[in-house]
Ligand binder design. Structure first.
Ligand code: HEC
Ligand code: HEC
Ligand code: HEC
Ligand code: HEC
Ligand code: HEC
Length: 490
């Protein structure tokens, strides 16, 4: 368990200091032991050539500016990173993660020839828990970053409901388009596009969105330092830090390099909602980012009707509910790895050697397809053992998730039956009534179902959330019984 990065406030030494020191040592040894050999000169030349590469890991073939969007242009300076980036188009599945290519016949409203597997077809209980909401119609397994823009453009969710411009925030390279739409001001551009119709925002006249997530979204083109460019995250993390007593937080100024190796991912892999008519993208973290904090946030946030915020009204029960999506950052935050300072990039973009260069693997994917680089740098055990440990966590989570889903579906059936038997909305919606429990249980079960690691990012917290949800279902069923069982004569 060595080599664990620490989250100290001192910036990490420039990359390559370690290897360089090691090289000097090797050079010293070589000089002592092989001073008389002919090979020495050649060897030293070779080593100094590699040292040169480490010190100057890229050759500026092209000048990159804050307007250079096209990743292929960046790729001229950084071919290895670009190669990895392109590989995100590969589809490979693991037991619970990755993705599998499913062939489809292109249609007039969807030209895709392959998609990933449908989650709602695989588990019809999801259609029940999201009845009346667009997710019940089309919700698929995530796949690589290369697909983020087309998958968003052509999901059936776009057909059943007019989606807002806000959606584009996490599905395309929006840095240049936002700045163009805001006359140079990122936040103004974000505000200008959010409330438009999705297609209008994507093709906006100031500068259309052309690429999926690209280099410019995570890197400063001049220094190649990591940076955060997503307004939703900049505002969300500021609110989160303020709740921890740190006002006016700016990750681009205040975060350590190790924190940035998580924050660039947390720009998108988070829970979110659209606020008010402006459809502003908001990450619900002003009370903290644990699941309970986010539920509290929504319960205390007013929706349009003056009642607590809800994403939709459940078609079978009438309850006003919350839909959760991909809380990877929030979940990771509660796990052992986060506590040990292990960042998203440590597992999902681990270092790989290319010649004498140590580069970050830009083929962002399931770490279980890359255990050697993703885990074995820290865990000195076999690949098979690590895979077994991860799978054990995931199998247990899956089993608990199954129990919780069954329970939630049962509660929905019970509320439906009570409605048929004459229970009124006022009774169902009373404080601590059946709807209140469906809402809480739905949110927690959904946070786990829509989190993409099947429990791995924080096994115990995930299990706790599911146990909590099952208890809320039980209380909801007790509340239903109180409405439907005639009072016993005294
Ligand atoms: C200690 C290593 C580790 C860290 C740190 C980590 N993850 Fe993961 N992540 C995993 C593993 C293992 C899986 C499960 C992959 C699978 O089932 O194939 C996973 C799954 C995922 C998935 C689904 C991947 C897929 O192919 O289905 C996403 C998305 C994800 N993580 C994002 C993140 C984000 C964002 C962070 C940081 C906030 C993060 N992870 C931190 C190890 C890690
Ligand atoms: C806060 C960032 C964010 C916003 C805003 C966002 N997404 Fe996503 N979306 C993601 C992430 C991260 C994934 C991959 C993880 C997953 O699939 O759970 C994803 C996956 C998807 C997928 C592929 C999997 C699926 O659900 O079938 C589709 C389609 C999609 N989003 C559509 C949309 C639409 C439509 C909107 C607007 C209503 C939207 N997204 C808004 C971050 C976001
Ligand atoms: C601009 C928003 C955005 C950012 C930033 C982002 N992701 Fe994603 N990520 C997505 C979306 C959207 C998808 C799903 C695309 C789809 O299904 O079409 C996705 C998919 C993934 C997957 C699934 C890959 C697979 O092959 O199944 C992993 C793993 C992942 N992201 C991890 C990360 C990590 C780690 C980072 C940071 C280094 C990161 N993401 C940064 C939006 C983002
Ligand atoms: C989701 C965010 C993200 C995107 C998009 C991204 N990178 Fe990176 N990149 C990273 C992270 C994380 C690191 C590690 C930085 C660190 O540890 O300081 C990195 C490191 C680098 C480095 C430094 C050397 C290395 O490999 O560690 C280069 C060069 C680089 N990226 C080039 C690119 C290029 C070119 C593209 C586009 C094709 C790109 N990156 C897209 C997140 C990203
Ligand atoms: C940068 C170092 C680092 C990386 C990379 C890393 N781990 Fe860990 N891992 C740790 C540390 C530190 C702990 C906590 C150990 C402790 O407290 O005893 C830990 C704990 C664990 C645990 C037990 C805790 C839990 O959450 O249940 C498992 C299982 C585990 N790691 C698996 C993996 C797998 C699988 C990967 C690759 C996908 C991975 N780790 C990548 C450092 C790392």
């Amino acid at each position: 368990m060595s080599d664990v990065p620490t989250d100290s406030d001192t910036p990490a030494p420039p990359r390559g200091a370690g290897p360089r020191a090691a090289l000097l040592l090797i050079v010293g040894l070589v000089v002592v032991t092989a001073a008389a050999t002919f090979g020495l000169t050649a060897l030293l030349l070779n080593i100094s050539g590699h040292k040169q590469e480490e010190k100057n890991p890229f050759y500026r073939v092209v000048e990159l500016t804050d307007e250079t969007e096209d990743p292929a242009v960046w790729g001229k300076n950084f071919p290895q990173q670009y190669d990895g980036y392109l590989k995100t188009a590969e589809m490979r599945r693991t037991r619970f993660g990755g993705s599998e290519s499913v062939a489809r016949t292109p249609s007039s409203d969807d030209p895709r020839e392959a998609v990933s597997r449908s989650k709602v077809d695989a588990d019809p209980r999801l259609k029940t828990i999201w009845a009346g909401y667009a997710f019940a119609v089309d919700y698929r397994e995530r796949r690589g970053h290369a697909y983020m823009l087309i998958d968003q453009m052509f999901t059936q969710r776009q057909r059943v409901k007019q989606q807002p411009g806000t959606c584009i925030h996490c599905h395309g390279s929006v840095y240049v388009p936002y700045k163009a739409a805001g006359n140079g001001d990122l936040i103004k551009g974000f505000e200008a596009l959010n409330h438009l119709k999705y297609e209008e925002a994507r093709t906006n006249g100031a500068h259309p969105v052309k690429y999926p997530l690209a280099c410019i979204d995570c890197h400063d083109p001049r220094t190649m330092q990591l940076r955060v460019t997503r307004p939703g995250f900049l505002e969300g993390i500021r609110a989160l830090k303020a709740s921890e007593g740190k006002p006016d937080y700016d990750p681009n100024r205040d975060a350590t390099r190790q924190q940035m190796r998580t924050f660039v991912c947390a720009q998108c892999h988070v829970e979110y909602y659209f606020r008010g008519d402006e459809k502003r993208l908001v990450y619900p973290w002003s009370q903290g980012n644990r699941y309970d904090d986010m539920l509290k946030y929504f319960d205390e946030t007013q929706g349009k009707d003056g009642k607590p915020f809800s994403d939709w009204t459940h078609k079978l029960t009438g309850a006003p509910l919350l839909k959760a999506q991909h809380p990877e950052f929030e979940t990771w935050s509660q796990g052992t790895h986060a506590k040990a300072g292990v960042a998203c990039a440590d597992c999902h973009m681990p270092y790989a050697r290319v010649g004498a260069l140590k580069i970050s693997d830009h083929h962002v994917r399931s770490p279980l397809l890359n255990i050697n680089h993703a885990c074995q740098t820290c865990h000195h055990t076999t690949e098979a053992d690590l895979l077994a440990r991860a799978t054990l966590i995931q199998d247990r989570t899956r089993q608990l998730e199954d129990i919780a889903l069954d329970a939630l579906v049962d509660l929905i059936a019970d509320i439906q039956a009570a409605r048929k038997a004459g229970a009124t909305d006022a009774q169902l919606g009373a404080k601590d009534g059946p709807w209140a429990y469906q809402r809480k249980a739905q949110y927690f079960v959904d946070l786990v179902c829509s989190e993409n690691s099947m429990g791995f990012h924080a096994p115990q917290e995930t299990a706790r959330a599911l146990a909590q949800a099952i208890d809320w279902v039980r209380r909801g069923q007790v509340a239903v019984r109180a409405l439907t069982t005639p009072a016993r004569p005294k």
